[in-house]
Design a protein around this ligand. Sequence first.
Ligand SMILES: Cc1cc2nc3c(=O)[nH]c(=O)nc-3n(C[C@H](O)[C@H](O)[C@H](O)COP(=O)(O)OP(=O)(O)OC[C@H]3O[C@@H](n4cnc5c(N)ncnc54)[C@H](O)[C@@H]3O)c2cc1C
Length: 449
Amino acid sequence: MTSSEKIVVVGGGCAGLSAADTLQRAGLDYVLLEAGDRVGGRVGNRTNGSSTWAIGATMTEPQWETTGQYLRELGILDEVRKVRTQCFGMWDGQRTWYLTLGRGMRPAQLWHFLRGALPLSVYLQAIRFGATVLPHLVKAGPASRKYDLSWLSRLQATTTAQFGRRHGGPEFTDRILGPFLATMVLGRTTDVSIALPLATLALMRGMRTLEGGMASITDALHDRVQDHVRLSTPVEEIVVENGAVTGVRTPEGVVAASAVICATDAQVARRIIPALPGRMADDLSACSYTSTYNYVFGLERRVVPDDFVSLMIPESEDSILVRAFDENCGAFGQRGPRGSGLMHAFTAGWHDDTLVAMDEPTRRRAVISEMQRFFPEFPDEPAFTDVIRWDRALCQQSPEQLEAMTDLRGHLDDVEGLHLAGEYLFVNSTTEGALRTGRRAAEQVISRR
Ligand SMILES: Cc1cc2nc3c(=O)[nH]c(=O)nc-3n(C[C@H](O)[C@H](O)[C@H](O)COP(=O)(O)OP(=O)(O)OC[C@H]3O[C@@H](n4cnc5c(N)ncnc54)[C@H](O)[C@@H]3O)c2cc1C
């Protein structure tokens, strides 16, 4: 490849922006083609009056290598907020019990919670589970922090439900592991590999948010690369001829290129690269995603305690909701008028058959009435409602997918000039995976020039 030959980045989410920024800093010419009318992908902000809420990601970990580098380079490290007090809501089938952990922990509330919220069997099963898992986490800790999660490879074929029931018990799996996965990937224990929660625990050092939301990262990256970004330009095909990339086809015509970084999700990548070798195509096809309607309700008054982080809904409840949190409270900072609520509710993808068939007012009403069950003070008519549909919200990290991604990582060089990037290539479904794989893909392009 000569330096006059074009480099195309497809997709302007975290992975694409990170790739673009890396190319830019190396002084290379490139163009980033984004299908939508904004960059950021599964990261962004929306506003209504003085309220601002996140679309997609909300939490981060500045000790994650690439995230930390970007926070420093972009000058936004001081926007990081440690979530020192975390209040969880636990639904027991009748009512929501609250438990505050961290700095604001209150012994009386803890005692009340321990006695009433969960059956004794959950605690005993949690101890059993911890006794199995903790030694692994401790032993693998230093390697995990360098993203060496090879210790998980022999576990990845096991689902969280299988592992949880075997090493903990059914109630622990239902009440703790299920809601944990719902919060992480909006997924179910029967679908998700045990490698995901274990990898997450190994990589986690406490929750963090950014003052301006995660969009602080994507906005700052966009500022640096915006002269090279073309919005509303969907790539219809990445053209591969004789085992090498020759360009991309868009509605406006073909852009010749000798290097293409495909930074879309795995399913789009599979669709727009029809000439992919069979093995890579099969691996990408194995990548499945959770789906959700993310409702955001503006409330005149907050209906959860300060520092509320998440509602834990047992899997056996089979609710249409998997996750709920208020973005205008302690954990997330102030994102709206003081005392008001910015309540997120996420529907369960496995109820899509019912939910997708509903018209929007009916679906909204169903979500509100479920919120009222969990939070009795939730009003009939929120001040405003926003809804974001994610057909592909988060990589599900099923056993089949993890196996396919391990295989795919060994075939990333099979097409000359084609580079894949995106969170699906990483060990868990996070912005770190997207930023990191985007940067890696660009570094490969740079090293081959
Ligand atoms: C509800 C939700 C909550 C989350 N919470 C967190 C969290 O708290 N912390 C965390 O770290 N992560 C979280 N994530 C995950 C995180 O947002 C993603 O892992 C990450 O943003 C993915 O980035 P990406 O660049 O790989 O993909 P994307 O963000 O999906 O970017 C892909 C881009 O490609 C574009 N595109 C698609 N097709 C084409 C085409 N044909 N041509 C051109 N462009 C195209 C898309 O429009 C998009 O902009 C969450 C995700 C969701 C949905």
